[in-house]
Ligand binder design. Structure first.
Ligand code: SF4
Length: 205
């Protein structure tokens, strides 16, 4: 098992959970990264407590930290299923909608890539488990999944405080967004429409 990174190394690596945040909305990720006013979303708190409730189940490997400097990634895999010497990461989601999203697949891909870097062997399948439906979905990790992860890692590493991403192209995401109070997409689209030009918000007003 690799030892935890130093503070300097941590700055150069992207946390796998950031991939999910970035896919949801790069602007929201920007607020989380550079502004610490945002409260912890309810979903996260609730999900954590559920993770804790399940972490004592036997037969699985729980809560292991990995980092891969060559991938510029690090993160903690909450659950790894092992059987016949095959290791499969499981990403658990609360998901009241009863479905998982592309952002969840990207996050799971990040965990598969971390695990295969640690094992030095391919990890081409991961599971997404949905609490709301008590269902487990096998996700085959494709080349496209991996390329998406590489692309997002690059974008996150290139991000600067002076370069705020635009509003999301899907305003429905804003309804549940913990950064909305700071982001103010609707207000901006009404009062400064030029700032909403080319985003999902310009047609909403
Ligand atoms: S309110 Fe909408 S545009 Fe703003 S950060 Fe949240 S999801 Fe993104």
């Amino acid at each position: 098992m690799k030892s935890p990174p130093t503070v300097g190394q941590r700055d150069e690596l992207v946390h796998v959970s950031a991939l999910n945040e970035f896919v949801y909305c790069p602007r929201r990720f920007y607020y989380q990264r550079y502004h610490d006013e945002i409260g912890t979303p309810y979903e996260l708190v609730d999900g954590r407590s559920k993770h804790q409730n399940q972490s004592s189940r036997g037969g699985w490997i729980t809560e292991r930290y990995f980092r891969a400097d060559e991938l510029k990634l690090h993160g903690k895999i909450d659950l790894i299923e092992s059987g016949d010497e095959v290791f499969t990461p499981v990403e658990r989601k609360r998901s009241e909608s009863g479905q998982y999203y592309p952002s969840d697949e990207v996050q799971l891909t990040g965990y598969c890539m971390l695990l295969e870097a640690a094992l030095n062997e391919p990890v081409n399948v991961g599971y997404i488990y949905l609490y709301s439906t008590d269902t487990r979905h096998a996700i085959r990790i494709t080349k496209q999944h991996r390329e998406t992860v590489h692309k997002i890692v690059s974008k996150i590493l290139e991000m600067t405080v002076d370069n705020q991403p635009p509003f999301t192209d899907n305003p429905k995401k804003c309804e549940a967004c913990s950064a909305r109070e700071y982001c103010m997409p609707e207000e901006t689209a009404r009062l400064e429409p030029e700032k909403a030009a080319g985003t999902g918000w310009e047609d909403q007003i």
